[in-house]
Design a protein around this ligand. Structure first.
Ligand SMILES: [Fe+2]
Length: 255
């Protein structure tokens, strides 16, 4: 999905808002940069997400993971589309996450709570964008032929594999023309593998492990064609590997 491109206010712009007592981050993005406020040093963010002096949290050091496949070799999904989405949407979210962490590292007890709320919302959005995009790219590059335990499990849980696939596709079509995700996840609370709708980066099942992630790219009315192409390139071996890890984790959680 595409909201990673949303302009992020710079640290100076956020501080400008704090100083001016204005109403929101949106306004901050349009506010001329004033002098920096000393209390927030040393948190000057850099384009590369410079490491902060604090601990591991808010280190602003997230890295972009390269595409795990040759984008020239996918069926029905263009190299241009995949590379652009990786470089702009995904990598943009990673860079913005580093910037948000740098800003959060600088908050004090005197920072207005509404500014912190705005930054925390962006932190969650960019964090989930990073996670979901890496899972999405990670489950592409295959031959689309379902196999393994995951196929058997979907047959058992949905009555047939086709029934699962039909639902997954239709959920995707319902999101077409907008943005969002369809996520097949292992639900640790129920122990079931189930597909979930996600209208945004922050609408995921709360206690689950994503197994198969489909990003809804901007195809408008042609969403069905994109979904066809997505299914032709699913790396089911990777989905099966994620299932195995989730089942091991579930066994540990049951104690
Ligand atoms: Fe995306």
């Amino acid at each position: 999905m595409d909201d990673e491109k949303e302009p992020l206010p710079t640290r100076r712009e956020v501080l400008a808002l704090a100083v001016a007592g204005s109403a929101g981050l949106l306004v901050a993005a349009c506010t001329p940069a004033p002098k920096p406020v000393p209390s927030l040093k040393p948190t000057e963010p850099t384009e590369e997400g410079e490491k902060m002096a604090a601990g591991k949290v808010l280190a602003g050091a997230h890295q972009v993971v390269p595409l795990p496949f040759d984008p020239k070799k996918l069926t029905g999904l263009s190299e241009k589309l995949l590379v652009s989405h990786h470089e702009n949407n995904y990598a943009g979210a990673v860079k913005n996450l580093n910037k948000v962490e740098a800003d959060l590292a600088g908050i004090t007890k005197d920072t207005p709570p509404y500014l912190v709320s705005g930054l925390k919302e962006r932190e969650l959005t960019f964090t989930n964008s990073k996670i979901l995009h890496e899972l999405y790219f990670g489950n592409l590059g295959g031959d689309g032929k379902a196999a393994g335990d995951i196929k058997k499990l979907l047959e058992q849980e949905y009555g047939s594999f086709d029934r699962w696939e039909t639902e997954f596709r239709v959920v995707g079509q319902g999101l077409g023309g907008g943005s969002g995700w369809v996520i097949l996840a292992y639900n640790f609370q129920t122990g079931l593998v189930q597909s979930y709708w996600s209208g945004g980066h922050t609408q995921n099942v709360a206690f689950g492990q994503p197994l198969l992630v489909m990003d809804i790219l901007d195809y408008g009315a042609a969403a069905g064609k994109y979904i066809d192409a997505f299914f032709q390139n699913i790396n089911w071996a990777e989905v099966d590997r994620r299932l195995g890890r989730a089942q091991k984790a579930a066994a540990l959680l049951r104690g």
